[in-house]
Design a protein around this ligand. Structure first.
Ligand SMILES: [Zn+2]
Length: 571
């Protein structure tokens, strides 16, 4: 979805609504230690965990490489997303829509809802056609021939699109039908029904809304399968078929099997294997894999063993390598020639099929074996070609123990010291994160401000007693005051929300450092005392400065000096 700025308030609200611990835990399994959750850092290689996530602050920080930020920053870095994509993903994680600021976007949204409604009604119409129309009987006969039960057909809401060109236009708005791709337009301004005389497979998003359709012919005519085109509702590269139905029976599957067709998904579900999904007639994309890894730690690509299947798997390698961090696993299962998952399970039985899944090759084995078959590793030239082919893939792996192991294996096979650690990227990454210069403010100021940044509810204390801005007098006080003003104006719910306010701001680094400073538990009890001491220090500093120019100062300064003297004598 595009167009329109995302409202600031929405982003703040989103950051409050989600829990960063839950979010990160779904990508990098976390362990609780004390007030924090820790893991080995996903952004640099390490043996002992220095990556820590704090639920109160809604903030992560790595004491090893300095990576830190809020939930949005995490998604941006971990999944290589831009800001808007990360917000969209986070919203999806929270199960809500991203609103857009522009008036156009508001109109779009109203339109979108009507398009969803239309898809729903169209799905109902196709179901009804399957059940009641004379031609629908042919579709039922086809499904029976495929041994599909009425029950599974109902679960997946299978339908039938009649051959009649006007079946839809008589019932629904023509413009809307064009918008959702159920009608196509031709060059001379005419329209045609995209799906005719086909079994219809509604494609649903994670929330169960119908966003597109797949249609299959009842005989051998071509094209055998037809999908909805890209529409405002439907993005092939981001959706998989069957995920909604899968999550309904099993919200946290141990593994998800990725198959090639709709009918595979449905047939497997009928046989009791209700953890299969299919890509929608496109190559497997990184977005597909990221989506699936939200729900499971293991994916199995179960493809036909013919050349097309092998090619499809190799095409998916790019995407697969980009998403493989520690804790995620991809396996490859090629079916014997002439079999699809349906026929294979029917001939082998469910037990044998799941045993096959568990015994299937891990991606690393498949990858190295596939390449080994291509080159002569007995010769140096062959090994060099092998390295050249393999290296770009390994470079895509996120920093992880797994990456180190893949590199070691490549070195062993190629008998060379090939390095895929991409040191420049890593170095730049560290430089960008290492504090540029030490904050010049002495510890008390820094500590007090860190308390406010980490426990923003303390702002209430200041609001109650009012801030004596003049008394804030120390080196770096201007920066201190500027940040304090933002805190008072924004009243961020968490550190994560405050960080969002500073995204791209020159002071972003300072705020991040303050957020990462280690404070003891219960430190908020000290806040009032620390604040008072800070003011006293400021007043002392000012007094001393005025004292130094007691004779040369202006009338105003002399007056202030008198007041300060009285203030001090009362102590
Ligand atoms: Zn790190």
């Amino acid at each position: 979805m595009s167009g329109g700025r995302i409202p600031r308030a929405f982003i703040d609200d989103l950051l409050v609504r989600i829990d960063i611990v839950e979010l990160i835990d779904s990508h990098v399994p976390l362990k609780k230690t004390g007030a924090n959750y820790v893991a080995r850092c996903p952004f640099h290689s390490e043996k002992t965990p220095s990556f820590s996530v704090n639920s109160n602050k809604q903030f992560f920080h790595c004491f090893g490489c300095g990576a830190s930020g809020n939930a949005i920053s995490f998604l941006m870095e971990f999944n290589h997303l831009d800001f808007v994509e990360a917000v969209e993903d986070l919203a999806a994680f929270a199960g809500i829509d991203v609103p857009r600021e522009a008036a156009v976007a508001a109109a779009d949204k109203a339109d979108l809802q009507s398009l969803y409604d239309l898809m729903e009604q169209a799905a109902d119409f196709y179901v009804q056609q399957l059940r009641t129309s004379a031609a629908g009987k042919q579709a039922v006969a086809y499904l029976k021939k495929r041994d599909l039960s009425g029950e599974v057909a109902a679960t997946f809401r299978l339908g039938y699109a009649p051959a009649d060109w006007q079946a839809l236009t008589g019932r629904f708005d023509q413009q809307a039908l064009l918008a959702v791709g159920l009608l196509g337009g031709n060059d001379n301004g005419g329209v045609y029904a995209r799906f005719r005389h086909r079994v219809m497979f509604p494609i649903r998003d994670k929330r169960g809304r119908v966003i597109g359709f797949g249609g299959r012919v009842l005989d051998d005519s071509l094209p055998k399968y037809l999908n909805s085109p890209e529409t405002p509702l439907f993005h092939k590269g981001r959706e998989v078929y069957g995920l909604y139905e899968l999550l309904k029976t099993n919200p946290k599957p141990q593994r998800i099997v990725l198959v090639e067709g709709y009918l595979d998904v449905i047939a497997l579900a009928q046989l009791g294997i209700s953890y299969a999904v299919a890509a929608l007639g496109t190559a497997v994309s990184q977005a597909h894999l990221e989506l699936l890894f939200r729900y499971t730690p293991e994916l199995v690509f179960c493809f036909d063993g013919d050349n097309a299947g092998r090619e499809a798997i190799w095409k998916a390698m790019d995407a697969a390598f980009s998403v493989l961090q520690d804790g995620r696993q991809i396996r490859i299962m090629l079916l014997p020639q002439g079999h699809d998952p349906d026929s294979w399970v029917r001939s082998q039985g469910v037990g044998a099929f799941s045993a096959d899944l568990q015994a299937s090759s891990v991606l690393s084995d498949y990858f190295f074996d596939h390449l080994a078959a291509e080159f002569n590793l007995g010769e140096m030239e062959g090994r060099a070609q092998y390295v050249n082919k393999a290296k770009p893939y390994l470079l895509k792996l996120p920093y992880s123990i797994f990456k180190d192991m893949m590199q070691a294996r490549l070195q062993e096979i190629s008998k060379s010291a090939v390095d895929v650690s991409d040191k420049t990227a890593r170095l730049n990454y560290r430089l960008a994160r290492t504090p540029q210069k030490k904050d010049s403010a002495p510890p008390l100021e820094r500590r007090t401000l860190a308390m406010l940044v980490q426990i923003p509810s303390l702002i209430g204390v200041l609001e109650e007693q009012g801030v004596d801005w003049d008394a804030l007098d120390f080196k770096g006080a201007d920066k201190f005051k500027a940040i304090l003003q933002v805190l008072l104006a924004e009243k961020p719910a968490t550190t994560g929300v405050l960080l969002e306010h500073y995204r791209g701001h020159p002071d972003e680094g300072i705020i991040t450092q303050l957020a990462a400073i280690k404070l003891e538990a219960g430190v908020e009890q000290e806040f009032s005392g620390a604040w008072e001491k800070l003011l006293e220090q400021g007043i002392d500093a000012r007094f001393n400065r005025l004292l130094a120019k007691a004779d040369s100062g202006s009338e105003q300064e002399k007056e202030e000096f008198r007041k300060l003297s009285m203030h001090r004598s009362r102590k």
